[in-house]
Design a protein around this ligand. Structure first.
Ligand code: GLA
Length: 711
């Protein structure tokens, strides 16, 4: 709901108010937090008056919460945008010149954003700088059902000459001062989205910036500003999630007098320059800002609900996904058709639904040094071709899926020999190869068209029902400033064309593990490979923090071999599966090398996971024990009607007399009776207030997976 009351624009979500006032033409943020009464707040003489700052001859914005500020006039903090105007300076100052409120959500040309599905309201506020001759349209979308505000901006050049944008954030928000921490997610290959926390203090500008091409392993485009000591259930938390897959930036800085904490989120300004010809507009991606007065857990559940209902557009979003076997860690490049069929037979025998053929099926690819770009089946390895292989797999009663890396090319490929200029290269410089590969230049239409056609041809040539879309390198040699954004627009163009052309195929995102786990990819692909590190103990932290923003069922989780190929750690088959249930479940190991006992255990795991699928896909997540702080990790998923519960718990290391704690569940019906698989009954109040003892097996890496149903 959005109401305009005089010079106040009041956006109301389920429990929140986002209140903007227009004072002297400035767009100011009066309040963002728990719901307040609907009044005209613009005339109030609260502490947020002008003039406390340094300017005496005019109003000063330096201590004000301007909602899309510019640096350099009466505000010397970081601005939300910067442009070189036709006078040759970068000054800008805006006045509100239009307010328009409408139903639904705006779409952003060329980029994914929240869709309306018949809900939501949007305020479009126009700011004008008469001297620089630009307009900035700010979009604010709110839903009655959720505590989020989705923001984006469009900057238009009204002058007669070019304007150069060097910074265009999606949103700026000034949060009233409290003792707060910035919580963010850093990492590397095999250690994605590690939870980090740093206090927000005056004088130290926090810049969470990724300039490596994709959204990246190193920093996820999601951060939270939380009151110090906030927990899963307590504290005020603001979330900032950018729907974008390229270079991104989230910054925070504290104002000198009022202590306002200014957070900016959007495209990273590093290496960014965008020329706006007269009449041209620049569209920013969308930033989804959430608020919780009840800790991090509630904020996560908000993101999960919003993204499941208003971001993820795949026809698979609300369906159970096929349980799969992926051959990568079972065979790597070393496979034959016979070997694949043998694996698929075992997959069928244990009860799986889908067999996925990973890297190595095309060109002459037997290692990672050639053939990317040549999407033509290798008949030496696969004499029946893809259609023949898919047919054989289908006859076994399984679906067939395939790996691609559409954005890449090896120098040793037919494609590169024919079109060397299609790879990103800069003049006479030797291009930098990573994993022996170069990136195709997605800023060129003809390259995008080639990729769309080449991938479509393969997908039409055989009964392929699943695609793993990989991207295995970082971006170097960017030909000009702003290039990364042009590439990202090209990426969205091919991803939307292919997913629209093949709406029934289940697409899974991937980038050297979980290097592109972001809402931009999620808009098209309902699940994303979380990390190449599928060691159950490493996955505790990775999955725990990935779900801070992303829905549990978008987190792709596989049971792989023990000892693990990345960590060499040995864990039981039970521990690996128990940890993987919270996600889109599958196996990635050589099933033909397992014993009868192990195969039987896997049959049981698959049957168990089938019970859980709808719950994991739609339920509410509660994180109970934090592996970043503890020797324990546990989480719980509860169906919206509170009738079905999945509890996972892990004791990482065994110690004599560890005094395993009882786990108290959350989100249940206290008056109901729940029953576990052994027929043991518990009242909801017992589960929540007394808690239950976990039957950990003896030894390290001990896990339990417990299903409870309301009687
Ligand atoms: C990446 C992916 C892996 C696998 C390989 C294949 O590393 O993350 O899962 O697909 O590429 O080369």
């Amino acid at each position: 709901m959005i109401k305009q009351n005089g010079n106040t624009i009041h956006l109301m979500g389920k429990n929140i108010s986002y209140v903007l006032t227009v004072k002297n033409g400035d767009l100011l943020n009066y309040h963002f937090g728990k719901r307040i009464a609907d009044e005209d707040y613009s005339a109030r003489d609260d502490k947020d008056t002008y003039g406390v700052g340094f300017a005496t001859n005019m109003r000063s914005l330096d201590v004000m919460a301007h909602d899309y500020p510019a640096y350099g006039r009466t505000d010397l903090r970081s601005g939300a945008y910067e442009l070189l105007n036709s006078f040759g300076n970068t000054l800008s100052e805006t006045t509100v010149t239009g307010i328009h409120i409408s139903d639904g959500c705006p779409s952003i040309p060329g980029m994914p954003s929240l869709f309306s599905a018949g809900r939501g309201m949007t305020a479009e506020i126009t700011l004008t700088d008469e001297i620089a001759r630009i307009t900035i349209k700010l979009f604010y979308t709110v839903f009655d059902e959720y505590d989020v505000i989705a923001r984006s901006a469009v900057i238009t050049n009204l002058s007669d000459s070019d304007i150069i944008l060097s910074k265009a954030y999606s949103a700026s928000l000034d949060v009233p001062y409290q003792d707060m921490d910035m919580i963010y997610f850093s990492g590397s290959w095999g250690k994605e989205r590690e939870l980090q926390k740093t206090p927000v203090r005056q004088g130290l500008r926090i810049a969470l910036e990724n300039n490596r091409g994709g959204s990246g392993h190193q920093l996820n485009p999601f951060a939270m500003l939380a009151t110090h000591g906030a927990t899963e259930e307590t504290g005020e938390v603001y979330g900032f999630s950018l729907i974008y897959s390229g270079n991104h930036s989230t910054t925070a800085e504290v104002e000198q007098f009022s202590g306002l904490i200014r957070v900016l989120q959007g495209i990273s300004p590093a290496g960014f320059n965008w020329t706006l010809a007269p009449g041209d507009s620049f569209y920013t991606p969308q930033s989804v800002i959430a608020y919780s007065a009840e800790g991090v857990g509630a904020l996560s559940r908000t993101y999960h609900d919003v993204y499941r209902s208003h971001l993820m557009r795949s026809t698979w979003t609300n369906k159970n996904r096929p349980l799969l076997l992926n051959n990568w860690e079972g065979t790597y490049f070393d496979f034959t058709e016979e070997k694949l069929i043998a694996l698929a037979e075992k997959a069928k025998e244990v009860g799986l639904d889908l067999f996925v053929l990973d890297d190595g099926w095309f060109g002459k690819r037997n290692s990672d040094n050639c053939s990317l770009g040549d999407w033509i089946v290798n008949k030496k390895k696969l004499p029946s071709g893809l259609d023949g292989l898919a047919d054989k797999i289908n006859k076994l009663g399984l679906k067939f899926g395939l790996w691609f890396e559409p954005e890449m090319v090896n120098r040793d490929s037919e494609l590169y020999r024919k079109h060397p200029d299609w790879a990103i290269t800069v003049n006479e410089r030797e291009p930098v190869e990573i994993r022996h590969q170069l990136i195709l230049d997605l800023s060129k239409d003809e390259v995008c068209e080639y990729i769309i056609d080449a991938i479509s041809a393969v997908l039409s040539s055989a009964n392929i029902e699943y695609v793993k879309w990989d991207m295995n390198r970082q971006m170097t040699d960017m030909p000009h400033p702003g290039y990364n954004h042009r590439y990202t627009l090209g990426f969205y163009k091919i991803m939307s064309a292919i997913t629209e052309r093949f709406p029934n195929i289940l697409f899974e995102g991937c980038s050297a593990g979980g290097g592109r786990f972001d809402p931009g990819v999620l808009a098209y692909m309902p699940q994303i490979w979380t990390s190449d590190n599928s060691d159950a103990i490493s996955r505790l932290k990775i999955q725990y923090s990935t779900t801070m923003c992303y829905p549990v069922y978008s987190v792709s989780t596989h049971v792989s071999a023990s000892p693990n190929h990345q960590t060499n750690r040995a864990t039981t088959l039970k521990a690996r599966a128990d940890t993987a249930y919270a996600g889109t479940f599958g196996y990635e190991l050589d099933l033909t090398a397992l014993s009868e006992d192990e195969l039987n255990e896997i049959k049981g795991q698959i049957a168990f996971d089938r019970h859980l699928q709808a719950l994991i896909r739609e339920g509410d997540l509660f994180r109970l024990e934090n592996p970043y702080e503890d020797n324990y990790c546990s989480w719980e998923i509860v169906s919206k009607d509170r009738s079905h519960v999945f509890l996972y718990a892990c004791r990482i290391l065994f110690k004599q007399h560890t005094y395993d704690r009882r786990i108290r569940l959350r989100g249940l019906d206290p008056d109901a009776t729940y029953i576990d698989a052994d027929g043991k009954k518990y009242s909801g109040s017992l589960l929540m207030h007394r808690g239950i003892d976990i039957p950990y097996p003896w030894g390290d890496f001990a896990t339990a997976a417990i299903e409870l149903k309301r009687m």
